[in-house]
Design a protein around this ligand. Structure first.
Ligand code: MG
Length: 257
């Protein structure tokens, strides 16, 4: 099942997207909290505006350096335990939304990532039970201001600024994530081409580790890290991120006025 959030100009609605990614069957309510019921109305994907499929109620948990090749390109080792950081939900934007580069940074990078959407309130979930906590998966671009990341020490500003966490295009609930390609393209040119088979800490281990620290709420999102190939984006360029089996999302990068 693919769950999307969209608007036709009025209040956001949820829907189920067909396998071709062309049609939406509208559903009533928010599938995080209510049973899925079709309203009977349908829409064409190309005639609505897709929104971020979820706005996390409490938090986005990022995981740093979770692919060995990316840790190496950043000049570091893979951390023995998952390296966690938090991103505020105000950083979330959706497919095609502009990523706005503020004047405080001149070094903005993309990071294509598999994102896990939590489906229920939970705490202290074992890796073996992690599947019961997951609603589904979406694609994230963990946009990062590299200059602020190194200057600030903490990553809150570098990764948490408004529009720095595009999510989309929808949530796929039925997905085997053992070996999915994770790709980014800048103006159509492939920059990252990794696979989730290379995750250092897999999704089950991440949920165990994260839920030992935090109560997870429905709609919370865990970013699983990015493969090698990160680089800078200039205002005016467009970045597409794609995870096999889910879909692709692209966003123009613009300089703040
Ligand atoms: Mg990242």
């Amino acid at each position: 099942m693919r769950i999307c959030r969209f608007t036709t100009g009025d209040d956001p609605m949820f829907g189920l997207v067909d396998g071709a990614g062309e049609k939406i069957a509208e559903i009533s309510g928010d599938p995080l909290y209510t049973r899925i019921e079709l309203t009977g109305a349908t829409h064409r994907v190309d005639q609505v505006r897709l929104l971020a499929p979820v706005i996390p109620r409490s938090k986005i948990i990022g995981i740093g350096k979770n692919y060995a090749d990316h840790a190496a390109e950043m000049g570091g080792e893979v951390p023995a335990e998952p390296l966690m950081f938090l991103i505020p939900n105000t950083a979330v934007c959706g497919p095609d939304d502009p990523v706005v580069i503020p004047s405080v940074t001149t070094q903005v990078s993309y990071e294509a990532e598999l994102a896990v959407v939590i489906g229920r309130l939970c705490k202290d979930v074992s890796a073996e039970q992690a599947g019961t906590a997951i609603l589904g998966y979406t694609v994230a671009n963990d946009v990062t201001a590299r200059d602020l990341q190194s200057n600030d020490g903490q990553w809150a500003r570098a990764k948490g600024m408004d529009t720095f966490c595009p999510l989309g295009p929808w949530i796929e609930t039925d997905l085997d994530i053992d070996d999915l390609s994770v790709v980014s393209r800048v103006d159509g040119e492939v920059r990252q081409d990794g696979t989730t088979a290379d995750l250092v800490h897999g999704v089950g281990a991440l949920i165990e580790y994260v839920s030992a620290a935090f109560t997870l709420l429905p709609g919370d999102v865990i970013l699983t890290g990015t493969p090698a190939g990160v680089g800078l984006v200039e205002p005016g360029q467009r970045v597409e991120v794609e995870v096999e089996g889910i879909g692709a999302m692209s966003n123009p990068f613009v300089r703040a006025d």
